[in-house]
Design a binder for this molecule. Structure first.
Ligand SMILES: C[S@@+](CC[C@H](N)C(=O)[O-])C[C@H]1O[C@@H](n2cnc3c(N)ncnc32)[C@H](O)[C@@H]1O
Length: 341
């Protein structure tokens, strides 16, 4: 039985309606620095309050709630990071996903407060209300851009790993990651496939963040950056073009344009890989993908998430053949299409 047809109990409804409590407990813990502090060693609630400058009231409740949620452990009154927290919530570690939660806390949480208004008006509830391109605004604010890019790495880490593993890289030499941000995907593919050279194509303001990340990865000799605007510039040529979490930002006409530009830039026999939290074709199962689409309503002028079938249709219209949809991990799937040789 799919989650959508399961009978919910009153307790299920309550848990769903107040799910933001759990979310906000995690986001606040990231915000006040709990996981970084616990990475240095276990602490009592009193020690954490003093080290993090917290007043004290509520701290034990927060910490014990995080224990109950499986994020922290507690032994003899001393708190420690659980396994996932130690790997993914400690700033500075390669597996850090906290950037996604920093973005969620500072930007998405307040914006989601206006979901009703967005539905009544059809308008985004952030700066995209007055500026067509969310990214124009973002790239003018260095600190916001840093948080955004770190969030993208956090959100895409698991799918980047899955693409590095599942895609038949042995058949291809060059990867062009369009809207590739800090180069998370290129680094993942370069790490596993020593013959692949990667090009990340993104806006000029993103380049320093890519350079920093790629230098730290040790693969700078095989990974390069082309700065440009994918609406006004041609895309770099390559054997595999990836667009990950890119098409969801744009309206239908813009989505189709980007797919056509990928087709033009690919070598004959090359492939386009689109990956997203693709909505299942029946629009019943992938709640995360559907909620991501609402997120696009809230933060972009025309963006929406789509099904594998819709993306396949757009790719076939552009000339792609042998299209297929493959699950990656969690809510993410990829659509692959080949440019005829
Ligand atoms: C939602 S992020 C996805 C990042 C990455 N592919 C991932 O899956 O995490 C979209 C990316 O597209 C880039 N972008 C937005 N508008 C662009 C444009 N006009 N030209 C080139 N890149 C652009 C952004 O800077 C950002 O890195």
């Amino acid at each position: 039985m799919s989650p959508s047809t399961r009978e919910l109990s009153p307790a299920d409804l309550l848990s769903l309606g107040l799910a933001f409590w759990k979310a906000k407990a995690l986001l606040a813990a990231v915000e006040i620095g709990i996981f970084g502090e616990l990475a240095k060693g276990s602490r009592t609630s009193v020690e954490l309050s003093s080290l993090l400058g917290l007043e004290g009231r509520g701290v034990e409740d927060l910490l014990d709630a995080l224990v109950a949620l499986g994020i922290l452990t507690r032994n003899d009154g001393r708190y420690a990071n659980g396994v996932a927290a130690a790997e993914h919530l400690v700033p500075g570690l390669p597996g850090y996903m906290g950037g996604a939660f920093e973005l969620a806390n500072s930007r998405l949480y307040p914006t989601w407060g206006s979901l009703g208004k967005a539905l009544r008006t059809g308008l985004p509830q952030n700066e995209a209300q007055v500026e067509d391109d969310y990214y124009d605004n973002l790239t003018r604010h260095e600190q916001r851009l840093r948080v955004f890019l770190s969030a993208m790495s956090g959100l895409s880490m698991a799918s980047s790993r899955a693409i590095a593993e599942k895609f038949p890289w042995g058949e291809y030499g060059t990867l062009v990651d369009v809207g590739g941000a800090q180069g998370e995907l290129s680094v993942g593919v370069a790490r596993r496939h020593s013959h692949v050279h990667g090009v990340t194509f993104d806006l000029p303001a993103v380049q320093p963040f890519f350079a920093e990340n790629v230098a730290a990865s040790g693969f700078a000799d095989r990974l390069s950056y082309v700065a440009g605007d994918f609406f006004s510039d041609p895309l770099p040529a390559g054997d595999v073009i990836v667009m990950g979490h890119v098409l969801h930002n744009w309206n239908l006409e813009q989505k189709k344009l980007l797919i056509q530009k990928a087709y033009a830039a690919l070598s004959p026999g090359g492939v386009l890989v689109v990956y997203e939290a693709l909505i299942d074709d029946a629009r019943r199962e992938n709640a995360f993908g559907l909620l991501m689409s609402l997120n696009m309503l809230l933060v972009t002028a025309g963006g929406f998430v789509f099904t594998g079938a819709e993306c396949t249709t757009w790719m076939r219209e552009a000339g792609f053949v042998e299209t297929r949809v493959e699950h990656l991990q969690g809510p993410d799937s990829m659509v692959i299409g080949k440019k005829p040789a």
